[in-house]
Design a protein around this ligand. Structure first.
Ligand SMILES: Nc1ncnc2c1ncn2[C@@H]1O[C@H](COP(=O)(O)OP(=O)(O)OP(=O)(O)O)[C@@H](O)[C@H]1O
Length: 237
C-alpha cells in the first residue's frame, strides 16, 4: 500500500523575475516498507519535498496523499492532527525537548494527541525497545550520546505505529560509525513495514535505501534501484 503519494507536485516561491520553482512537477510513490533516499545538489528541492510530504508546507499545487488521506484543502488543525498520527520526523539536530527525559520525549507526540497517558507510556516503551534502547528510558538527554539521541528521535518518529518517517540529514551531527548505526536502524524499520524517506548528501548512506531519487532544479532527474546488501554496506563503512 502506498503510504506517501505525490502527483505532479509543484512549489513556486516568489513571482516574476524572482520566481523559484523549488519543486517542478514531481511524482513520487513510497510504499509500506520502502526506503527512499533523496539526493541532489544544494537548492535542488530536497527539503521542500520533505516539508510538503510531511504537511508542513501548504503553498503547492498537485496532489499529496499520506496514509490514504489527501492533504490538499486540509485546514491547519486537520493537517497537524494528520501529522501527529501518521508522520514522524528525524532531523540532524534531533529536535528533542531538553527538559523531558528519554521516554517523555518519545511519548510526547501521543500525549499531544491526547492519548491516554499510560497507553502513551506503553507505546513509547515499545518504540524504545524497537530501537534497542529500552534501558535508556529514564535518562536525561544530557546523560546519553549523540547516536543514542538520534535513536530516541527515531523512536519518537515511529511511536504509536506511525508508518511514514521523514529524515532530513539525520547523520549530519554524528561520526561515521554512529551514522551507519542510524542508517541500519532506519533500514530495519523499513524491513518492518515503515516507509522511510531520507534526504542525504552522502552516497554511502543512500546505499541503505531501496531506491535513490535524484533531484535537480526541483525536478526528478533520475530514480535508481539499489541492490542493498547490509554485509557489503557495513564492510565498506
Ligand atoms: N521560503 C523560501 N522562500 C524562497 N525560496 C525558497 C524558500 N525555501 C526554499 N527556497 C528555494 O527553493 C529552492 C529549493 O530549496 P530547498 O531548501 O528545498 O533545497 P535543498 O535541496 O533542500 O537544499 P540544501 O541541500 O541546501 O538543503 C532553492 O532555490 C531555495 O532557495
Amino acid at each position: 500500500m502506498s503510504v506517501l503519494q505525490l502527483d505532479a507536485v509543484t512549489r513556486i516561491y516568489g513571482a516574476g523575475a524572482s520566481e523559484v520553482r523549488a519543486l517542478d512537477d514531481v511524482t513520487l510513490t513510497v510504499d509500506e516498507g520502502d526506503f527512499v533516499a533523496i539526493m541532489g545538489p544544494s537548492g535542488s528541492g530536497k527539503s521542500t519535498l520533505l516539508a510538503i510530504a510531511g504537511g508542513l508546507d501548504q503553498g503547492w499545487t498537485g496532489s499529496v496523499t499520506v496514509a490514504g488521506h489527501p492533504l490538499q484543502g486540509l485546514k491547519r488543525d486537520a493537517l497537524a492532527r494528520l501529522r501527529r498520527r501518521h508522520v514522524g520526523y528525524v532531523f540532524q539536530d534531533y529536535n528533542l525537548v531538553p527538559t523531558l527525559n528519554v521516554i517523555e520525549n518519545v511519548a510526547l507526540p501521543l500525549e499531544l494527541d491526547r492519548t491516554d497517558p499510560s497507553w502513551a507510556r506503553q507505546s513509547a516503551r515499545a518504540a524504545l525497545k524497537r530501537l534497542g534502547i529500552a534501558d535508556l528510558a529514564g535518562r536525561r538527554l544530557d546523560q546519553i550520546s549523540g547516536g543514542q539521541r538520534q535513536r530516541v528521535a527515531i523512536a519518537r518518529a515511529i511511536v504509536g505505529d506511525r508508518k511514514l518517517v521523514l529524515a532530513d540529514e539525520p547523520t549530519g551531527a554524528l561520526d561515521s560509525a554512529t551514522g551507519d548505526d542510524v542508517m541500519q536502524r532506519l533500514r530495519l524499520l523499513a524491513d518492518d513495514g515503515v516507509a522511510v524517506v531520507l534526504v542525504t548528501h552522502e552516497a554511502r548512506h543512500a546505499g541503505w535505501a531501496d531506491r535513490i531519487v535524484f533531484l535537480r532544479d526541483g525536478r526528478v532527474v533520475d530514480s535508481t534501484r539499489v541492490a542493498n546488501d547490509p554485509a557489503v554496506l557495513l564492510a565498506g563503512a
